[in-house]
Design a binder for this molecule. Structure first.
Ligand code: AMP
Ligand code: ZN
Length: 140
C-alpha cells in the first residue's frame, strides 16, 4: 500500500468510489470521467504500478474480475463489445501510477477506434530482428 496513492486510498475506503466488485486481490470501480456508461477500472489491491510487476499468482484472479465486469456490462448495459486496455507506463498515457485495467463499453458508431488507432508512427526494425531480440530477452 502506498500512503499517497489515490487508488490505494480508494481500496482503503479513504476516498469514495463507485465500487462494482471486490475480492481478495482485486477491486473494480467506475471511472470518474467515463468514456461511456459503465466505463470500469479493475485494479490490484496492492500498490503495483505496472502490469509486468504483478505477481503471476495474482494475475488469474485479476483477469477473472476483468471477465466478470465484461460479462456484467454486456448483460446490464447491453454493450455489444468492450475495449480492454492498460495505459502501462507514462509513454502509453498512464497518469495514475497504480495499475488499472480499463473496461470500456463499445457500441457501433461510437466514434472510437481500435487498438490499431493509438500509435501514429511506423516501426523501424524488421520482424526478424524483433523476434531475435525478444527471444533472447525471454531466455533471461
Ligand atoms: P490513466 O492512468 O491514463 O489510465 O487514467 C487514469 C484514469 O483514472 C482516468 O480515466 C481517470 O478518469 C480515472 N480516475 C482518476 N481519479 C479517479 C477517481 N478518484 N475515481 C475514479 N476514477 C478516477
Ligand atoms: Zn496505489
Amino acid at each position: 500500500m502506498s500512503r499517497d496513492c489515490i487508488f490505494c486510498k480508494i481500496v482503503r475506503g479513504e476516498i469514495p468510489s463507485h465500487k462494482i466488485l471486490e475480492d481478495e486481490n482485486s477491486f473494480a470501480f467506475l471511472d470518474i470521467h467515463p468514456l461511456a456508461d459503465g466505463h470500469t477500472m479493475i485494479i490490484p489491491k496492492d500498490h503495483i504500478e505496472r502490469f509486468e510487476d504483478v505477481p503471476p499468482v495474482q494475475l488469474g484472479k485479476l483477469f477473472e474480475s476483468v471477465q466478470r465486469v465484461t460479462k456484467s456490462l454486456k448483460n446490464s448495459l447491453k454493450a455489444p463489445a468492450v475495449t480492454i486496455g492498460i495505459n502501462n507506463g507514462h509513454a502509453a498515457g498512464q497518469v495514475v501510477p497504480h495499475l488499472h485495467i480499463h473496461v470500456i463499453p463499445r457500441f457501433e458508431n461510437d466514434g472510437g477506434g481500435s487498438v490499431h488507432s493509438i500509435v501514429k508512427i511506423s516501426p523501424t526494425r524488421s520482424l526478424e530482428e524483433v523476434v531475435r531480440l525478444l527471444q533472447s530477452a525471454l531466455k533471461n
